[in-house]
Design a protein around this ligand. Structure first.
Ligand SMILES: Cc1cc2nc3c(=O)[nH]c(=O)nc-3n(C[C@H](O)[C@H](O)[C@H](O)COP(=O)(O)OP(=O)(O)OC[C@H]3O[C@@H](n4cnc5c(N)ncnc54)[C@H](O)[C@@H]3O)c2cc1C
Ligand code: SF4
Ligand code: SF4
Length: 428
């Protein structure tokens, strides 16, 4: 920590800290923070006290609530990044001197809880993501299981594990994505489309501590993978390379892909209270995804398919933009082809299919500008983006382009969509 004057060094402030015991390392806060105050290493997500201005933008999107922790501190005693990166649990609130506490009360009275002088520069595309659900969304349950819940984990039994991508030319494990069905027996695990669960792989990390949970989106509808059963599915891609392309065997994804029917799995969650589908008649859903980002889209589509016989959504559109390098990498490609066009309109974008020009999701979206334009301004149309982090900017740019080409003001429209829970981004 650096401080500029004795006054500043003795000032009291509310230091923003993250609870390492319940954080699931999902990166949402780092992606949301408009000024880059959040960073992480292999161990923890941490907040830079020199940068954080307590704008609260990161609070609502955090799926666990671990972000919403504050410690009253003297500024020159603030926890450094290095200290926070070494934490295994949050330190208790320390007693601070009375004089400093008075200063704190005065500062809080003036609303000065953080580093108000830090410039607010909007950088992240995630800042556009809604933190509220659609008004007609069902009410989600969250965090029934976790380190700070009454029960730390739920045990689920594997009742299905099926590969949903074709084997690629490079080898059987390449592009290996699995549809895994988990049965919770009599353990309460109510889940909605768009929520996720955390899976804890057995064993320990390099420092001998239990593995952190990894988050997986629910791929089944709210009434179960099999209707009426207390089960749910997830779509998991085997990680064999890190983000830089170096060979690595991802801990949880390889564990899940190798699970056998009959195995038991430790689950935490559910997580997520805003990436939820609308449930009112006439509500339209635009789904934009790559790879395993198809999981929540499968869940939403399946729920609408099951509801189709009621006629409730007869006037609703489902639009899917699905990107992958090739057909062999598209999870659920076969079943997707069998969905009736009366239920869903699908646009595939393949970027490395031989003898075809490269096509990304944003290209497919731009081609369909005439269909997307009225939906951008329709209060009953909800947009969901899920998949690789790299897709986010291109997708938002395509939406912006469609607006500006048609004389619409994208900043206003996107702000309105965010405020009304009509634009949701979940990338990892
Ligand atoms: C909100 C949310 C929803 C998610 N939903 C899904 C889902 O539905 N299906 C799914 O398969 N995954 C999903 N993920 C990603 C998942 O949580 C794990 O990050 C992923 O499975 C890798 O975990 P791992 O333990 O195998 O790898 P780790 O052991 O954690 O990581 C090994 C190395 O690979 C890098 N790495 C981690 N993930 C990836 C990746 N995807 N691509 C390249 N390198 C990576 C790490 O940085 C590390 O260097 C989601 C993540 C979030 C935040
Ligand atoms: S409160 Fe605001 S500035 Fe601080 S970490 Fe969260 S988003 Fe960033
Ligand atoms: S769980 Fe919350 S604090 Fe942890 S990385 Fe995700 S958003 Fe950040």
């Amino acid at each position: 920590m650096t401080t500029s004057s004795p006054e500043a060094s003795s000032a009291v402030f509310e230091q923003h800290v993250i609870d390492p015991e319940i954080c699931i390392r999902c990166n949402t806060c780092e992606a949301t923070c408009p000024i880059g105050a959040i960073t992480h290493d292999d161990n923890n997500y941490v907040v830079d006290a020199d940068k954080c201005n307590a704008c609260m933008a990161c609070i609502a999107p955090c799926p666990t609530g671990s972000i919403d922790n504050w410690r009253t501190m003297l500024r020159d005693k603030a926890y450094s990044l290095d200290e926070q990166l070494g934490w295994e649990e949050l330190p208790e609130q320390q007693v601070i001197e009375a004089a400093a506490a008075q200063a704190c009360a005065a500062a809080n009275g003036s609303g000065d809880t953080g580093n108000a002088s830090a410039p607010v520069v909007h950088t992240g595309t995630m800042a556009m993501s809604a933190t509220v659900p659609p008004w007609s969304a069902a009410t989600p349950y969250t965090q029934l299981f976790g380190p700070k819940a009454a029960q730390p984990v739920a045990m689920a039994k594997v009742v299905g594990n099926q590969r949903v991508t074709e084997a690629a030319a490079h080898g059987a494990e390449d592009n290996d994505t699995h549809h895994v069905v988990l049965d919770f027996g009599d353990t309460p695990m109510p889940l909605l489309e768009g929520q996720s669960i955390g899976i804890i792989a057995p064993g320990a990390d390099g420092k001998g501590r239990p593995h952190q949970p990894r988050q997986y989106s629910i791929a089944s509808a709210r009434n179960g993978e099999r209707p009426g059963y207390n089960n749910a599915s997830i779509t998991v891609k085997r990680v064999l390379q890190d983000h830089n392309g170096n060979a690595v065997r991802g801990v949880a994804s390889n564990y899940v892909c190798d699970l056998q029917v009959g195995d038991t799995v430790q689950v935490v969650g559910p997580f997520g209270a805003s990436f939820l589908m609308p449930n009112h008649p006439g509500s339209h859903i635009v789904m934009i995804c790559t790879g395993t980002g198809s999981a929540p889209m499968r869940a939403m589509t399946e729920w609408r398919r099951r509801e189709a016989k009621t006629g409730k959504f007869a006037d609703s559109q489902l639009l899917l933009f699905f990107g992958a390098r090739s057909k062999t990498e598209l999870p659920y490609f076969g079943p997707l082809q069998k969905l009736p066009t009366s239920l869903i309109t699908t646009h595939l974008a393949l970027s490395r299919e031989s003898n075809q020009p490269k096509r990304y999701v944003q290209d497919a979206m731009l081609e369909q500008a005439a269909a997307l334009l009225p939906l951008l301004t329709n209060p009953n149309a909800y947009f969901y983006v899920c998949g690789l982090k790299a897709m986010e900017a291109g997708v938002l740019h395509a939406l912006e382009h469609i607006c500006t080409q048609n004389g619409l003001d994208w900043p206003n429209i996107s702000a309105e969509m965010k405020a009304k829970g009509r634009l949701h981004l979940e990338t990892y």
